[in-house]
Ligand binder design. Sequence first.
Ligand SMILES: [Zn+2]
Length: 183
Amino acid sequence: MGGLGSGRWPGYMSLTIPLKETTEDYFPLDIRAVKRHGLIAPGTEEIPGVALIEWVSSGFGAREGTFLRPWFLCPRDGCGRRVAILYGRTDTESHPEWACRRCLDLCYPVEMESHAERAGRRMHKARARLGSGAEKPKRMRHETFVRLGMKYLEARKEYVEALREQHLRTLEQMEQERIKYDL
Ligand SMILES: [Zn+2]
């Protein structure tokens, strides 16, 4: 039982997967909290060293211009997205560079959904070839079994990361809508 020579692929179904950088590696600065603490008021155009602020009519249940909602404009070069939350790194001594989630996602492919699909397909394909996964299929060479196992793990890791990323995006979108409609 166990060991690479025995034709088993020990424990791969329960392997814990180290994830890439997530929002947990950053600390969020929520503009609503900033406002709640009275650090900005309508007309404040900037939090120096952080970002510019834009005040936008909420446009829902309020007459034009009667209720203004603040947004950060992402300070990263070439971004400028209107966001409610900016992130700064937690592990830096120096002043954090603030950025929106999209900017911090640059290491991920843009088409996260198709990425997840592709990784999912590769994962299922490798998984199917592994047979039960608990034991090497009889006529398969040991090296092939190990190689397929590695391939499966790699695809699974990518798949989980892509899914996680998708979920974070969805949550962010929901949050933006909640803010937009003042819910
Ligand atoms: Zn950005």
